[in-house]
Design a protein around this ligand. Structure first.
Ligand code: AMP
Length: 211
């Protein structure tokens, strides 16, 4: 299965991607995670990407397409779940070209829909575990009280781009550069809209019912 998860930052793509990739045993490719990992390792790519990420802007298409080529073509994957890629029309076109050159195509694009007010609240409250990368929220009283990962007890941090001014910028960028992808995939009969409000389990069930 070759899937793309589309949706505003904070719509729950990362969380749902983990659920789906575990359930179907398909690799979860998150371009945001790849870039943050490069930054952690202090590579040239990581430092370059961070200039854009810290401002809520998109990293240039050429860099992103190279990363995805390495992940799919380079690792000879024929199943994958893309989370955070493509984010521009150009990326989507390049992805289609690359897949067609290796005899593959996208099966479905899941578009997780959540309103902007809920997104701002979710992202401001989002915390990530340093040790296991679990995504959680200080909406959860236990997380708020203990300030520790509910899964492994690891230290939690707030992503720099989850500050309100950067969140607003990311939402604008989505509207301008990523939203046109909905039409692109709708025209190709690949887009499936999913209501992203509710608990993680509720949204997962909605997705599983469609796969
Ligand atoms: P994410 O974790 O998906 O929210 O991505 C965090 C940040 O990484 C984004 O705000 C962008 O700066 C950058 N990024 C991730 N994926 C892409 C992509 N496909 N194209 C451009 N920039 C990206």
């Amino acid at each position: 299965m070759r899937l793309i998860l589309l949706g505003l930052p904070g719509a729950g793509k990362g969380t749902q991607a983990k659920e789906i990739s575990t359930k179907f045993n398909i690799p979860h490719i998150s371009t945001g995670d790849i870039l943050r990992n490069e930054l952690k390792k202090n590579t040239e790519l990581g430092k370059k990407a961070n200039e854009y990420m810290s401002q809520g802007k998109l990293v240039p298409d050429e860099l992103m397409v190279e990363i995805i080529k390495k992940e799919i073509e380079g690792k000879k994957r024929d199943n994958f779940l893309l989370d955070g890629f493509p984010r521009t029309l150009q990326q989507a076109i390049k992805l289609d070209e690359m897949l067609s050159s290796i005899g593959q195509k996208i099966d479905k694009v899941l578009n997780i829909k959540v309103d902007k007010e809920s997104i701002i609240k979710r992202l401001s409250n989002r915390r990530i575990c340093h040790s296991c990368a679990n995504i959680c929220s200080i909406d959860d009283k236990e997380v708020l009280k203990n300030n520790k990962c509910p899964i492994c007890g690891g230290k939690l941090y707030k992503r720099k781009d989850d500050e309100v001014d950067v969140i607003r910028k990311r939402l604008d960028v989505y509207e301008e550069q990523t939203k046109p992808l909905e039409d692109y995939y709708r025209k190709n009969n690949l887009l499936i809209d999913i209501d992203g409000l509710g608990s993680v389990d509720e949204v997962t069930e909605r997705i599983l019912a469609l796969l």
